[in-house]
Write a protein that binds this ligand. Structure first.
Ligand SMILES: Cc1cc2nc3c(=O)[nH]c(=O)nc-3n(C[C@H](O)[C@H](O)[C@H](O)COP(=O)(O)O)c2cc1C
Length: 252
């Protein structure tokens, strides 16, 4: 059995997001995995990268990549980051639970990536994408939206949720990870009343119960397809004739 890291980004312990994350933990434990947990808001995780994390007095120009790399190589990463890096390195499966806030993951999830996915430790210029350092790891996003399924579709008024999640997916692809197709639930908000509220509770209850199946079927879950390194020319542009898998990387 492996090690599953469950990360969540929501300020309320009683949110659906954190209930779903706890269901992931429980399902992974029941399946015999070791579980590592990062409830980022409960931990008070500081999502803003800054010089002060590295003991810099502010005299020179703060170069975050160089600061991360130097601290990583010296074994002097900020303690909160070192703890999270160790979890990422230990995990062969990572599950990120978060709501969509303003058409993107909440800032604490982005900030966790900014600070924890350390240059020189989890990626390097010659170890990224197909040659990424985390090729034995896979990642799944479990995402809720307030908007309806129709509104989050490719022609939806809120914009395509798959595109809203693509930069985060590409972040883990950059590290070499396999990115599973996200699990999504829509219309999650506290303004439902009467039958609509009852139906939502039932839907969320089913989703939480189904997390056991998600863990059990992990290896056969569909994945997001990305272009391989060989699909790009020396300048880093998509070669003519190769497929495009996302509007983010397409033929002009
Ligand atoms: C600051 C903020 C911004 C939000 N932006 C969006 C959005 O862009 N799209 C959307 O569908 N829902 C949006 N929502 C609604 C949340 O996604 C929804 O309430 C959440 O997924 C419910 O899960 P929870 O019970 O775990 O909070 C937003 C909520 C907040 C608090």
């Amino acid at each position: 059995m492996g090690t599953v890291l469950v990360v969540s980004g929501h300020p309320s312990e009683r949110s659906f997001t954190n209930a779903w994350a706890e269901a992931s933990c429980e399902a992974a434990r029941m399946a015999g995995h070791e579980v590592l947990r990062s409830d980022l808001c409960a931990m008070g995780f500081d999502a803003v990268e800054r010089a002060a994390h590295y003991g810099a007095s502010g005299g020179g120009v703060f170069d975050p990549l160089k600061a991360q790399e130097a601290a990583g190589q010296a074994g002097e990463l900020p303690l909160d980051v070192a703890g999270e890096v160790a979890k990422v390195q230990a995990a062969d499966r990572i599950i990120l639970h978060f709501p969509i806030w303003w058409f993107a993951p909440p800032a604490v999830i982005k900030g966790w990536c900014d600070r924890v996915l350390v240059q020189g430790v989890l990626h390097a210029v010659d170890q990224r994408f197909d040659a990424g350092m985390c090729r034995d790891t896979s990642v799944l996003f479990c995402v809720s939206t307030g908007a309806s399924e129709a509104e989050c579709g490719p022609d939806g008024k809120e914009g395509d949720l798959a595109l809203q999640l693509w930069p985060l997916a590409q972040t883990f692809r950059y590290l070499g990870m396999r990115v599973l197709a996200p699990k999504t639930v829509h219309g999650v908000h506290g303004y439902h009343e009467g039958d609509a509220e009852t139906a939502l509770r039932a839907k969320l209850g089913q989703l939480i119960a189904a997390q056991t199946d998600v863990i059990a079927a992990w290896d056969t879950q569909p994945q997001i397809t990305f272009n391989s390194d060989g699909d790009f020319d020396d300048a880093g542009r998509l070669k003519p004739g190769v497929p495009s898998y996302s509007a983010f990387v397409r033929h002009p």
